[in-house]
Design a binder for this molecule. Structure first.
Ligand code: C5P
Length: 227
């Protein structure tokens, strides 16, 4: 059983969510998808008819939005103002709007505070939590005993994203997925506030040539070593 936090960061399309959920199940821990929170705010922004680049209005939307995030790795899910938006936040409109929304400092402050509260509650009540995002090891829980930065080649990530999209019934091509992955990597790693990057003490794991179970095995070894 996991004690404390596993911080799992990295770019889009590494299979991070699948890996984080599976790891949480195996370790009897909770699971937090911080990307779903940024996506839900981006969806709220779009629903309000606000320009994702209009910082003041985006912050106002974020301040009024009520998010409830599920932390059971078997059934995570997220609601926005009481509405289950778990599928709606995965659409291409949200993927386009989420980078500018998540680059807004005040939005990050609001969400990071909620994330820390969720993490603290999980550690108090269950003992451990696997948290995935872009800034978990650097900003959200810099004291996490294990930080992993999961990467894979952009091509491998685009191929995985395409497979995931078609499995979920969303239209997608490898070219479009590659363009989206590269656009978001660039945006997320070059923003001024909490850019995506590996923490100095993070272990880098490249899973270009690993499947899900290979990735989980590698992570379980790291958990055991840090244990
Ligand atoms: O993980 P996912 O791809 O769903 O995240 C969507 C977007 O949310 C990312 O492209 C990034 O802009 C933002 N994000 C972030 N910080 C996090 C998690 C996600 O900025 N901790």
């Amino acid at each position: 059983q996991l004690r404390g936090v596993v911080a799992l960061d990295g770019p889009a399309g590494t299979g991070k969510s699948t890996v984080a959920k599976r790891l949480a199940m195996v370790l009897d821990a909770r699971y937090l998808d911080t990307g779903s929170m940024y996506r839900a705010i981006a969806l709220a922004v779009l629903r309000a008819g606000v320009d994702p680049a209009d910082e003041a209005k985006v912050v106002a939307v974020a301040e009024n939005a009520v998010l409830v995030v599920g932390t059971d790795p078997r059934q995570p899910g997220i609601t926005l103002d009481g509405d289950d938006v778990s599928s709606a936040i995965r659409g291409p409109e949200v993927s386009l709007a989420v980078s500018p929304v998540s680059a807004t400092g005040n939005v990050r402050e609001l969400l990071v505070a909620q994330q820390r509260a969720i993490i603290e509650d999980a550690v108090d009540h269950v003992g451990g939590i696997v948290v995935e995002g872009r800034d978990i090891g650097t900003v959200v829980t810099p004291d996490a005993p294990l930080k992993v930065y999961l990467t894979a080649s952009a091509e491998a990530r685009a191929a995985r994203r395409t497979k995931q999209d078609s499995a979920a019934g969303r239209e997608s091509t490898v070219d479009a997925a590659l363009a989206d992955v590269q656009r978001r990597d660039k945006y997320d790693s070059s923003r001024a506030v909490s850019p995506m990057k590996a923490a100095d003490d993070a272990v880098e794991l490249d899973n270009t040539d690993l499947d899900l179970s290979g990735t989980i095995t590698a992570l379980l070894e790291l958990v055991e070593r840090r244990g």
